[in-house]
Design a protein around this ligand. Sequence first.
Ligand code: GDP
Length: 531
Amino acid sequence: SKVRIYTLAKELGVDNHKMLEILDGLGVAYKSVSSTIEEDTVELIKQIVAEEGASVTGGEVAETPAAAPDPAAVAPAAEQREKPAPVPVVEPAPSQMPIEGQPTEAEPVPTEAAPAAPAPAAPAKEIPHRAPVVTIMGHVDHGKTSLLDYIRHTRVAAKEAGGITQHVGAFEAKTSKGKIVFIDTPGHEAFTTIRARGANVADIAIIVIAADDSLMPQTREAIAHAQAAKVPMIVAINKVDLPQADPEKVKTDLTQLNLVPEEYGGDLIVVPVSAKTGEGVEDLLEYISLTAELEDLRADPKGNFGGVIIEGKVDKQAGVLATVMVQEGTLHVGDFLVVGENYGKIKAMTDSNGGRIKEAGPSTPVQILGFSEVPSSGEKVQSAKNEHAAREVIAQRVDVRRDEEDARERRKAQRSLEDILGPIGEVRTVNLILRADTQGSVEAIQGILARKESEEVKINVMLAGIGAPTEGDVLLASTAEATILCFSVTPSGAVTKMAESKGVDIKSYRIIYEMIDEVDRLIKGNIEPVF
Ligand code: GDP
């Protein structure tokens, strides 16, 4: 019978990358590690692994050096993993700690730090793996909060949480495959706000879709946002415990958005779950780890510090508190940090469970006390050697900002659609966000736009929805350089203002043919005459 690649990899104790290399070597086609392979191939692979294992592992025991160096140096090589792995004496890294109370030897040795094969690019391989940062998006009431709560309650050790889990914007979940960091402000607004400031915080997006409701407007928005950010998606079909749950319908509906679930031959991972009973949540976590492994996420704890503000707030007693996601390097109490045009010195730091810590490495959300102004989510955080250096960085930023403001003033004249479509003769993709008064208009305009596509001009409707454009649309448009087309809907003053400040064009039309005519004319003008 057929076997999934990752199942086989697990069974044979080799890491997924290694397994894919073997398949490549054999010339076997696959889409992802969750693709299935034929029985004959399975046998062949078993032989190969058995032979390689015999030659590589022969009598070797993983080393456990006394001093704790780089985790990469501590973890035994992939090939040795078929044997019951000796428990490393040295803690590899917090992310690789097994769940408390679980037998360690039953767990696979942390795969993160172990190179699967001779490194083609040696320096890259020396940078250790980091835990994935996951965001949960989807339509209102589809269960985003419930899913996060379920994961938090089952995956964050109660003793660490100290009974009270305070909301800091992110939390760390422990799984048998290592740490997974969840951004716990569900919804794509948070995601896009962060991205609109030029930062990327999420490595993987979970799109939650209720099995009794299927795809809804905000589901489509969430998908558009993840796609625009080029962040891999995993679909969690939630509420499968309900009698009226219809996961098959969700899958079919997804197919209509060109998102084809694996079991229909595509490469979209779809996991049925229930945030109420917990069914499938374990699988979901497993798929997250799997996706993370394939993404090969790495960060250097010894490198320059870089991070992003997840959220900032004022606490009546403590003062300004900011949650920072460490992306590169390591933060220490006492470090000077620069955020935008402000700086602060870290007075105290707590992890997402409220425990005091002195330092924090990559993929760690930490709450920091020491800023005087409340930073906004999505702002990038940098460190500075000392107060003087911090002030210098800020002075430079102020200069840059003033220059940009001047330039913006000069450019203030609105761009025409022609500017957006670009020079003649080039294949261009025109990103559009479409907002109209009724579903009928949306579909009609989409249909017409689709027919306007040519070899020279690709029209990419990133998002099409009913109602006036939102601030979220503007953020999406600004990151994807899209134009917002409105038909019979009027953007609010706040949205118009935001669009102006971000340089996003909003074009409004009342008559469908005016809109089409303009698009038509411009597309024609964009095609080089053929003689
Ligand atoms: P959000 O708006 O996406 O964050 O959705 P919530 O997590 O607030 O959930 C909306 C409603 O659905 C709440 O009443 C939840 O109790 C319920 N709910 C969430 N997940 C499940 C589930 O897996 N099964 C059932 N039966 N109800 C659920």
